[in-house]
Write a protein that binds this ligand. Structure first.
Ligand code: DQA
Length: 145
């Protein structure tokens, strides 16, 4: 089975970006850890990070993944287009945020993804991605993919 990990704008800055909200791990470290966990479960993990909406949309259009784990970052709160892309390919997805968006500014409380996600994890930092991966793997294994 294959999982596509999608990270949105500014997440390439992890490690030096507002560590109080986002922790000290770099995106590279987070992805390396996830690749390691995925390999242990015999799952193929592909990763894309982009600051450009159309690159993320095209990656979603072109994937043959069975499941998506997505942190849409700021596009969470703005992007009908990214929502439509993920609904368009009809691949089930889990939404992840490093920070607890509900304890932050009101404009971060609404997500264009949450009502369609299998589940949403926020506020647990980099660990949230590991939990999302565990949940995705469990689902894929029960659906025998
Ligand atoms: C974020 C939360 C968003 O509100 C913010 O725009 C981000 C990161 C998170 O992981 O906590 O860029 O998705």
């Amino acid at each position: 089975a294959k999982i596509l990990l999608v990270n949105g704008p500014n997440l390439n800055l992890l490690g030096r970006r507002e560590p109080g909200h986002y922790g000290n791990d770099t995106l590279d470290k987070i992805v390396q850890d996830l690749l390691h966990s995925a390999a242990q479960s015999n799952i193929q993990l592909e990763h894309i990070q982009s600051n450009a909406e159309h690159i993320l949309i095209e990656a979603i259009h072109n994937t043959d993944a069975d499941m998506i784990i997505i942190n849409p970052a700021a596009f969470t709160h703005t992007s009908v287009a990214l929502r439509d892309a993920i609904l368009g390919v009809a691949i089930p997805f889990i939404e992840v945020h490093l920070s607890n968006v509900h304890s932050r500014e009101p404009f971060r409380h609404h997500s264009y993804f949450s009502d369609k996600a299998i589940g949403v994890i926020c506020g647990l930092g980099a660990q949230g991605y590991q939990f999302a991966l565990q949940a995705a793997v469990a689902r894929l294994q029960t659906s025998n993919k």
